[in-house]
Design a protein around this ligand. Structure first.
Ligand code: CA
Length: 240
C-alpha cells in the first residue's frame, strides 16, 4: 500500500512517516498543497493522509479536487481543525475518514486498516445464489447459516461458477481460471473436484439443485434469481 502524507509540519510528517513505514506502508511526504496534488497525479496512491492547514491551499479544496479526479483514492483528513463545520465539509467533499489532532498513532493505524478493509469489501462483495454465500475476501462459504469447509480448488471452482450464475462454464475455462494456464492436470480432475464439491453442498448430480452438468459442454451453477428481463408470468409457468 502506498500512502501520501500531505503535512507541512515537519515533526508531524516525520513521526507519521516513521510510524507508518514500520507498519509496512510505503510513504511519500508532500509539504504543500500544490506538491501534494502533483504527486497524486504522478503516483498511484492507495490513501491520502491530508492536513487541512497548509501554507498555500486549504486542505478541503485539495480533498475536493483529489476526489473529483481520483474516485478510488482513499482520503483520511488528519487535522487540528475539529469544528463540526470542517468535519461535515471534509466528509461531503469526499473524505473517507476524519481524525482530529492530537491523535494516537495506534488509532490512526486502526482507522487505516478499517478503510482498507471496507475498500476491499466494496470491491469484492459477497457472492450469493440460492442459499449459498461465498466471501471472496475472507475465503469462506456458507450454506444458509452453516459454514462449509472447502479445499482451495473447490473454493476456486465454486467462486468462478458463482461469478457466472446460470452460465455454462467449460472444463477448460475452469482449468484456466482455477488451476492457471501453466498447469498440466488430468482430464478428470475437474470432474473429481466437482463431485467432492457437490458432496459438501449436499448436491446430487442426477437431480442437481446447485451444480448442473451440461453434457459435452461443462457446468453451470443454477441461480434461483430470476433474470432481470424475465417477466412475472414466465416464473409461474410450471403451474400452467
Ligand atoms: Ca498544518
Amino acid at each position: 500500500m502506498r500512502l501520501l502524507v500531505l503535512e507541512d509540519e515537519k515533526d508531524v510528517a516525520d513521526a507519521l512517516s516513521r510510524g507508518l513505514s514500520q507498519n509496512g506502508y510505503a510513504i511519500d511526504i508532500a509539504e504543500t498543497g500544490s506538491q501534494g496534488l502533483e504527486a497524486i497525479e504522478v503516483n498511484g496512491y492507495d490513501l491520502l493522509i491530508l492536513d487541512l492547514n497548509l501554507p498555500d491551499m486549504d486542505g478541503l479544496d485539495i480533498c475536493r479536487l483529489a476526489r473529483e479526479k481520483h474516485p478510488a483514492l482513499l482520503i483520511l483528513i488528519l487535522t487540528a481543525r475539529g469544528k463540526q463545520k470542517d468535519i461535515v465539509t471534509g466528509l461531503d467533499y469526499g473524505a473517507d475518514d476524519y481524525l482530529i489532532k492530537p491523535f494516537h498513532l495506534q488509532e490512526l493505524l486502526a482507522r487505516i486498516r478499517a478503510l482498507f478493509r471496507r475498500d476491499l469489501r466494496a470491491r469484492e462483495p459477497i457472492l450469493k445464489a440460492q442459499n449459498i454465500s461465498l466471501d471472496p475476501v475472507e475465503k469462506v462459504v456458507w450454506k444458509s447459516d452453516r459454514r462449509i469447509q472447502l479445499t482451495r480448488k473447490e473454493f476456486g471452482i465454486l467462486e468462478y461458477l458463482l461469478r457466472h450464475p446460470n452460465e455454462v462454464i467449460s472444463q477448460e475455462e475452469l482449468l484456466e481460471h482455477v488451476w492457471g494456464t501453466m498447469t498440466n492436470v488430468f482430464s478428470n480432475t475437474i470432474r473429481v473436484h466437482i463431485q467432492s464439491l457437490r458432496e459438501k453442498l449436499a448436491d446430487n448430480s442426477e437431480t442437481p439443485r446447485y451444480i448442473e452438468t451440461v453434457i459435452g459442454t461443462g457446468y453451470r451453477f443454477i441461480s434461483s434469481e430470476p433474470h432481470p428481463n424475465e417477466s412475472e408470468s414466465s416464473k409461474g409457468s410450471p403451474h400452467e
